[in-house]
Design a protein around this ligand. Structure first.
Ligand code: ATP
Length: 353
């Protein structure tokens, strides 16, 4: 499997260096034959190539089997005409990575303030309120007068159907429960259609229990009793916000792995951003990126029918859980180690299991 590795900005270089060590170790242990191809995106690429991402890089990614994207300084990138393209949007849109899969679970050994839970947010990734990706060219956010802005939201049958299918297929491998999150009391037509399509797709998965929640009420439900949920399917913006909440409820944003998957390509990417406040201090939690790398291997294994890749993902998850339980981790999850030391301990544990 060929994986393009892009370290990114902020804490990205530190957490990606650790993730690369883990990928190399897991490749040895499970004989995966991983080929890691290192390149750049974000600020470094802007400096060197005049653009945060380039067409040549996209071609390399298309030719590879997977992409690991480090956190990017998205907030700094404002003007596409000056090469300041949001790399995350660029790959999600160019590779049609429509499903953002964001698991959140508690781990033994960490205080579970809300009790134990294990859920996955399945977030639509290619349209919704995201002005940078929901129209063919330009932006769907317009400055009408200096004091008036209009931002458009796009919801389509195709995108609703495919994200619903991803959620139901995932639920079949878990507790067979899908919760639809929406705002159909206000966005009656768009979210009404989203709910209807989710139920339509659900007809093909008779064993799966389905319920639905208005997004604002969902915030209360998920904080009150996250164990009520298994797979949560929702549109882009709601999923972005809800999945940060669920990652943080699990203990730390630093534990939030995530996969962006389409029908042909996939990209592992931590659920958090570039965290410039803690960059360069060797204190960032690398687990979110390591778990995302595991998810990428799992996606490839499923697609190609390769058990060794599924086993590698399971071993990464198991090692992360054991490391958190043993406090062999960074401060945000109750450990005392730095990013590099957490990575070294992770590799040792992975190889000795
Ligand atoms: P960006 O502008 O790139 O989104 P941000 O700092 O606004 O960056 P996040 O990167 O998501 O947003 O971080 C929010 C906070 O969560 C950070 O200030 C940081 O303290 C914490 N955090 C995020 N990721 C990690 C991590 N991997 N390890 C430890 N703490 C983290």
């Amino acid at each position: 499997m060929k994986i393009i590795v892009l370290p990114g900005d902020g804490i990205g270089p530190e957490t990606m260096a650790t993730t690369v060590e883990v990928l190399e170790a897991v490749s040895r242990r499970f004989d995966l034959g991983l080929e890691l191809i290192h390149d750049i995106a974000g600020h470094e690429s802007l400096k060197r190539h005049g653009s945060t991402v380039t067409p040549a890089l996209l071609e390399k990614v298309r030719a590879a089997d997977g992409l690991m994207l480090g956190p990017m300084a998205t907030y700094d990138f404002k003007d596409e005409a000056r090469g300041e393209i949001n790399p995350s949007k660029f790959f999600r849109k160019s590779l049609d990575l429509y499903a953002n899969i964001r698991p959140a679970r508690t781990y033994p050994g960490m205080p579970a303030r809300l009790g134990e839970f294990d859920l996955v947010v399945v977030r639509e990734n290619t349209e919704g309120f995201y002005a940078d990706r929901n129209i063919e060219s330009g932006s769907s956010e317009m400055l009408i007068t200096p004091d008036v802005v209009i931002s458009l939201r796009r919801i389509t049958r195709l995108c609703c159907e495919r994200i619903a299918r991803s959620a139901f297929e995932l639920a079949m491998t878990r507790d067979k429960h899908v919760s639809i999150v929406h705002k159909a009391n206000v966005l009656k037509i768009a979210d009404g259609m989203f709910i209807d399509i989710c139920h339509e797709v659900g007809q093909e998965f008779r064993e799966v229990r389905v319920d639905d929640f208005i997004v604002d009420a969902m915030m209360a439900h998920v904080v009150r009793a996250p164990q009520r949920f298994d797979v949560i399917v929702t549109t882009n913006m709601f999923g972005d916000i809800l999945s940060d909440l669920t990652a943080e409820l699990s203990g730390s944003l630093g534990l939030g792995g995530s996969l962006n998957a389409g029908s042909e390509h996939a990209m592992g990417q931590a659920a958090h951003g570039s965290a410039p406040d803690i960059a360069g201090q060797n204190i960032a939690n690398p687990f979110s990126l390591i778990l995302s790398a595991g998810m990428l291997l799992g996606w490839y294994g499923q697609r190609k029918g390769l058990q060794s890749f599924l086993d590698a993902n399971a071993a990464i998850e198991k090692t992360a859980a054991a490391a958190v339980a043993a406090h062999e981790a960074t401060r945000d999850v109750g450990g005392t180690l730095g990013t590099r030391e957490t990575g070294a301990a992770f590799v040792a544990r992975l190889l000795s299991a």
